[in-house]
Ligand binder design. Structure first.
Ligand SMILES: [Zn+2]
Length: 200
């Protein structure tokens, strides 16, 4: 009996530790401030206090006010599939886009090495998931299935233009036509602009 109680306490303790601010499984844990500028070259780390971005000088946005987009990365991920959607959300305004990998380690693909912002235990709760290809490892796929159930949208990006179209459709649904057009203009995606009324 003692052993069972000890185990239970340990489990609770580790759950509490893992449930710190910004934890992936806790939608209420959205604290801090981040630079949401699409043109910022900063690392988009979450700051405790409001103020200006050290990298670009923009006013930091409260994380809780932004729609969260998690881009799932793994070794061998097709970067072309996920960078298009990420660029769309980053340029639409009102989105906080971040990258995750299973352990938070850098991932390699196509001769590039990409450093993710978070691991799956410590990322902010996503409203939108961007996943490409086979989704990586079993653990990562399970995580996407679990978290995807609570997310508003799961974008399975397969191919450059379909990924961008999918992201623009989600932006349109969540933030309206103007936001989608702004993003399409920013990434010079004329096909969307033409079919959405032709206004550039
Ligand atoms: Zn910035």
């Amino acid at each position: 009996m003692k052993a069972i109680i000890c185990t239970a306490i340990l489990l609770c303790a580790s759950a509490a530790l893992a449930g710190g601010s910004g934890h992936c499984y806790d939608p209420s844990a959205r604290a801090g401030y981040v630079c949401a500028s699409a043109t910022c070259a900063g690392n988009h780390a979450v700051a405790d206090k409001s103020g200006d971005c050290r990298a670009c000088g923009s006013k930091l946005s409260a994380v809780k006010d932004l729609t969260h987009v998690a881009v799932v990365l793994y070794d061998g991920v097709d970067l072309l599939d996920v960078t298009g959607p990420a660029d769309v959300f980053a340029n639409a305004g009102g989105f906080y886009v971040y990258t995750i990998s299973q352990h938070g380690n850098a991932v390699r693909s196509g001769g590039l090495e990409v450093e993710p912002d978070f691991d799956i235990q410590h990322c902010p709760w996503p409203d939108v998931l961007v996943v490409s290809g086979n989704g990586g490892t079993d653990v990562l796929r399970n995580w996407v299935d679990l978290v995807g159930k609570s997310a508003d949208h799961v974008l399975k990006a397969a191919g450059v233009s379909s990924g961008i179209d999918g992201a623009l459709t989600i932006v349109q649904k969540m933030k309206g036509d103007d936001s989608a057009r702004r993003a399409a203009r920013a990434i010079e995606y004329d096909g969307w602009l033409a079919q959405s009324g032709g206004q550039r």
